[in-house]
Write a protein that binds this ligand. Sequence first.
Ligand SMILES: Cc1ncc(COP(=O)(O)O)c(C=O)c1O
Length: 384
Amino acid sequence: MKTVYLDNNATTEVAKEVLEAMDGVGNAYGNASSMHAFGRESSRLIEQARHQIAKLIGSDDDEIIFTSGGTESDNTVFSIARDLIDQGSERKKIVTSSIEHPAIIETCRYLVSRGYLIQYVPVDATGKVKLDVLEKLLGDDVLLVSIMAANNETGTIQDIKNISSMAHACGALFHTDAVQAVGKLQVDVHDMDIDYLSLSGHKFHGPKGIGALYIRKGVPFEAFVKGGHQEQGRRAGTYNTAGIVGLGKAAELALAYMNDEHTRLWDLREKLRKEIQSTIPEVTVNGHPYDCLPGTLNVSFARAEGESILLMLDLNGIAVSTGSACATGSLEPSYVLLASGLDIELAHGSIRFSLGRFTTEADIEYVLRTLPPIIKRLREISTL
Ligand SMILES: Cc1ncc(COP(=O)(O)O)c(C=O)c1O
């Protein structure tokens, strides 16, 4: 049976060049903190990877620290804010959006339970943060504004440059969870005036369990993971040399392929969207019509359950998602879709197709042949 992987926002296949680069680390097993030749070789490889990441996002090398992924990078930033508040900062409020990834939403929920003040900016029907509401929430009591660059479920892209300038105008720090954007969209942290940025290797054909945090020079910082002196005391723990080398290689490849891949993925996504809309009735496309990740298509099918569609596609070798992977197993409809005002029944019938570097036109054609009869069948037996 043909298999088609369209769940690249959950995670991506590791590129073969990345695997080869990681394989090459075999002999560089020295601890990068050791002063002997073995350690120095590991350290050289790590610094090369740091440079590759910095180049991808337009930062200086020493503004990057390696972490275990997006979740840790996000948590690090929120723990800095918490520390500053605990130390008596006059600014005690954190502003974020209602559609952030659980790495942020759950961290905020925890902080609220501990008495911290968090305010959530709503989004409009396309998933864009409502800037007029954000403007009203910003004032001299705001310590941190954290808004994601692109949403993992709908792909909607936020106007980060504008939002960072709004945050800075009121004297707040600005963080963006760019886990879904880095490697897919052009990101320049200096031009976008970003203070902290989270990224993760496994979203752009790198390895899992490795990511990075960009920390602008001079902004407040306190290590979240404490211990040894790695990363100049900014993130303790023996370096994951192979993971870091893989992340660096993935960054180099993403940069090299970025422009061509953007066009190719957008064309495939548009083919998928147009043909779904022309062959299947009662379809709603979620997210922003064009300000969205090139390979993400989120669609709701009236009178069909997302979980049933997913399972029937899976039986035909096609992997998709009903929302964020972290919500899998939960029957709750997507909070991201509900936040943009989607009707609860349609939110239940939503499917996310997320394309990646290895998605081909033949894959999309296979989905377009397989999907319509599945939806038809599910609607025939639906009680909705
Ligand atoms: C927007 C966003 N932020 C954070 C994360 C978490 O990243 P990681 O899996 O590297 O911890 C994800 C992963 O799904 C994501 O999509």
